[in-house]
Design a protein around this ligand. Sequence first.
Ligand SMILES: [Zn+2]
Ligand SMILES: [Zn+2]
Length: 341
Amino acid sequence: MKTPRFLASMSRWIDSSAAAEAVENPEDQRVDWVRALPFFGLHLTCLAVFKVGWSWTAVAVCLAMYFVRMFAVTGFYHRYFSHRSFRTSRAGQALLAVWGSAAVQRGPLWWAAHHRLHHLRSDQPPDVHSPVQHGFLWSHVGWILSRANFPTNLKIVADLARYPELKFLDRYDTLVPFLLAVSLLGLGGLLQAVAPGLGTNAWQMLVWGFFVSTILLFHGTGTINSLAHQLGSKRFKTTDESRNNFFLALITLGEGWHNNHHHYPQASRMGFYWWEIDLTYYGLLALEKLGLIWDLKQVPDDVLEEGLLDAPEAPAPVPGTAVPAASAVAQPVREPAQVVG
Ligand SMILES: [Zn+2]
Ligand SMILES: [Zn+2]
C-alpha cells in the first residue's frame, strides 16, 4: 500500500529515504509543506532569543558556529564533495562529511548532486536555483522546499555513493545536527555551572549557538545561489550570470568569487589572485599542512592571465604569487542524469 503523502513527508524528517515507494515526480516543483515544516520551525526558534536573552558568550559561539560550519560547506560540501578539488583519505572524507552535515544543509550526496547539476546547466531553464530563470526568492530558498528537489540524485554522485558511510549520513541527515544541538545544550549547562561569570546557560547556548547560527548560515550560503548570479562583476565571459562579489566572498569565506568559480570550477581556490580574499582556501592550505588533505588543484597560468585581460581596475599582482599550472583536471561529471529518489 502506498504511504499517504503527509506520512511519507513526516517520516522523511528523520529518514530521508523513508517511504521509498512514494517516489517524487522529478517535474513536480510544488512546495512540500509538510516536509518543509522543520525548516520553517527552525526559523521560528530564533524568536526564542527574546525569552533566553543574550550574552557576549552566546553571540561569540553563534558567530563561531557560523564560520566553522560555513568553512565546512564551502571547503568540504562544495570544493571536495561537489568538485573533488583536493584529495584526502577515506577516514578524512568521513570526517569532512560529518563536519559538513553539522551545517544542517542536508547530506553530502544531496548537496553535491544538486550543485553538480547547477554547473551543468547554470542559468539555463533546468537550473533549479537560477535567479535568472526563476527569480530571487526561488533561487534563494524556494527550490530546496520543492517536491522535485528533496530526493538525492545518486547517479550524478556515483563516485561518492559507493561509500556506505556517506550514504548513511545522507539518509539520516538530521542525526549530526541533532547531536550538535544536544552538545551545545550540554556545553551551556556546563558553562553555567563552572563559569557563571560568562552569563550564559544551556538554553541560551542552544538558541544562539545552534538555531540562530544555523539560520544565518543557511541564508549566508543561499546568497551564492541568488545574489552571486545577479550582483557583482564578471571577470570571465561565462555563459551564465555568475558574478564576483567581494562582500559575498567575506560572508561566505570565499564563495563570492563565483564568476571565477564558474569559469574554472575544478580549482580548490575561488579567489584567483592575492587580492581576492578566499578564507576557505587559506583554511584548506592549513589542513594540507596538517596532512589531512592533499593535491589541492590549482588554477592554470593561462586562466590567471586570461582573467586579467579585461580587468584594468584590478591591482597589479605581486610577482611570484601566481600559482603553478595544474595538471589537466576533468570535472567530476559531464552528463546530467535524471533525478531519482
Ligand atoms: Zn553558480
Ligand atoms: Zn561549484
